[in-house]
Design a protein. Structure first.
Length: 337
């Protein structure tokens, strides 16, 4: 492993910019090196021969450990990239998820070790080398229930609304804040992990109250929107920048559709949200959110739906070449998008 001028190990690949093809090529080369050295009897000694315990695992130790692999499921590029990013940002924490060996054969931890090996990182982890030999032992790994983002919110104390808030955070909120939400095509953005979801909740203490308020008071409006995450996040944005009365004056007529003028923006929005879709075609939550925001901004501006040849134009939102519409604080809202 080469080192840089500061003595730290230089990365083999820049995982933030390299292609999947380059990554896959390295994994193939590493597998070939392992097989060649195994045949020649030149595999390295176990870098954790001191036994079970906590280790600071640098790129060299990670590389040698990977050469001792007993086999693994297919490596996922996105997972390795995510681990590399966490390690680079100082966001990697030592937990009870150990690197696992059976004797001198690596069984568990390939993705973490690849992130350190390729990125020149050092991370701290508990290593277990005393696992007893078990026939077909890989069949017993990762058989438990995986913790989802919603599970993490539930454990963190956000009960009841956890599943909805998890969907909002994963699909909409973090992308919206980062300016990486698209009406149609989605800009590239790393999917939030459970830890990032908890940090988002910590940074937005009003979010759960908004979610509960919208779900309790506006079930009929949510039914019209046909996406609970879109309706809840929209409600949160309105309550964040305006107040309950403003949300009430928008959501109530949207829910009922009663006593609305023919050219009412809210009526046109309602018709669009309730538009029958072809089988297999579902308007995604982000598009429904964009429709809500555009309609809300037109409603606040006192706009009416435009006509063409005497007919009301359908309610649409551009999905190409336009930024995602945003709700701005009262008295600072920009032009309708």
């Amino acid at each position: 492993m080469p080192s840089n001028a500061n003595g730290a190990q230089a990365p083999v690949l820049d995982l933030t910019t390299c292609s999947k093809a380059a990554f896959d090529e390295y994994v193939v080369r590493l597998t070939q090196e392992r097989e060649e050295r195994k045949a020649a009897g030149t595999l390295p000694p176990n870098p954790f021969a001191a036994g079970d315990g906590w280790y600071d695992i640098n790129a060299e130790k990670a590389h040698d450990a990977l050469l001792l692999s007993s086999g693994n499921r297919p490596i996922t590029f996105a997972t390795v990239k995510g681990y590399d990013e966490d390690m680079a940002n100082g966001d990697w924490m030592p937990t009870a998820e150990a690197i696992g060996f059976t004797g001198d054969e690596l069984d568990n931890g390939h993705h973490r070790l690849l992130a350190a090996c390729l990125g020149g990182r050092t991370f701290r982890s508990y290593v277990i080398t005393s696992t007893p030999p078990i026939e077909h032992r890989f069949a017993y790994y990762d058989q438990g229930k995986k913790r989802t983002l919603a599970d993490s919110l539930h454990i963190g104390g956000w009960n009841g609304t956890g599943k909805v808030m998890a969907a909002v955070i994963s699909e909409l909120a973090m992308r919206y804040e980062a300016g990486r939400l698209g009406v149609g095509k989605q800009p590239r953005f790393r999917k939030p992990n459970p830890r990032q979801a908890l940090l988002f909740m910590d940074a937005h203490p009003d979010f759960q109250n908004s979610a509960r308020y919208v779900m309790t008071n506006y079930p009929d409006a949510i039914a019209v929107v046909q996406s609970k995450p879109a309706a809840v996040f929209f409600g949160h944005l309105v309550l964040k920048h305006y107040d309950q009365a403003v949300l009430e004056n928008f959501f109530r007529p949207l829910a009922s559709g009663a006593n609305l003028a023919e050219d009412s923006v809210i009526l046109a929005l309602r018709n669009r949200l309730l538009l029958d879709e072809a089988p297999g075609q579902t308007t995604p939550a982000r598009t429904r959110l964009a429709l809500l925001i555009k309609g809300f901004k037109m409603h606040l501006a006192g706009d009416s739906m435009p006509r063409s040849r005497g007919r009301i134009q359908p309610f649409t939102v551009p999905d190409v070449g336009q930024p995602f519409p945003r709700i701005e604080p009262e008295n600072t809202a920009g032009p309708t998008q």
